[in-house]
Design a protein around this ligand. Sequence first.
Ligand SMILES: *Cc1c(COP(=O)(O)O)cnc(C)c1O
Length: 354
Amino acid sequence: MSRYWSRRLVGITAYQAGEQPQDRRYIKLNTNENPYPPSPRVMERLRSMDPESLRRYPDPDARLLKEAIAARCGLTPDMIFPGNGSDEVLAHAFMAFFDPEKTLCFPDISYSFYPVYCARFGLKYAQMPLTEDFRIDLDAYPDECGGVIFANPNAPTGRFLEIEKIRGLLGRIRDAVVIVDEAYVDFGGASCIPLIREFPNLLVVQTLSKARSLAGLRVGFALGQADLIKGLDIAKNSFNSYPLGSLAIALAIEAINDEGHYLDCTRKVAATRDWVAPRLSDLGFEVIPSAANFLMIRHPDVSAVNLYKGLRDRGILVRHFNLPRIADYLRVSIGTDAEMRQFLDRISEIVGKE
Ligand SMILES: *Cc1c(COP(=O)(O)O)cnc(C)c1O
């Protein structure tokens, strides 16, 4: 707290992103980055870009990117809202669709940025408990609420919720916006995009950071009916007219258009996940079934903090959330096969099963 800070900052606990250490080389399994490089088409486009073009402001509406995303998703460009990472898109959505006097509902265990946005925008929220086995229980969500948001697959559990369950929720909640954050949908889930034409209050949010290997580029987008997108445009244009630079727009288009490359990468990551999970079970770990590019795990004998430290000392970073219900768990991103062999060797040492 400083005497120079505005009152708006009081009470905001900021989100803590996973470490991006600059000191030594770690096997980085802590921020759900993709272990494979982006599409070669992204590299080619980058090399062919004329620096002279950076003299100009970018297209404030990123029209060509909207068209590329729309074509891939079977929607029209007026149903697409791109932004500087899906984190920024989510912030605009909180501002555009949720009212301070109503209560926003989201799972008690989900993306930990949601309560931060609530503090940022002065919103009340109710954290709806996941079931004992970490499933989202939409039946418990009230018809009357200020909105709903959750990640599917959920984070940091990795569990996927069937689309029919979400359709059920949308059938009941007509007067508030439901946001489905699909950051991990490409690793084994199914998207809610087909529900958009049916439900004017559904907003789907996706990102190029995970499946498309472009976390450093900062591009995410929302999909919904044109009314919702217009609301997001007002939120955006009252904050920053040019959230995406011309580099980001050009490279994102290449990434969206190279469907083949991204399918290869996501399949490889899913295959690695599916051989790592049973090996962890063999070592005595409880492993939550995951449709995402990470696993949430717990060991009966070694605490999450000791596992985290032991791995860090051995050059491997994973994520520990010191939060209710999940403080005993670690979230481990899926790396390459070679990285995961290292991870399994090191964690075997730590739990005493070499
Ligand atoms: C990674 C992640 C995001 C943010 O992605 P960016 O596009 O990199 O900002 C949003 N939601 C969830 C659930 C995530 O895990």
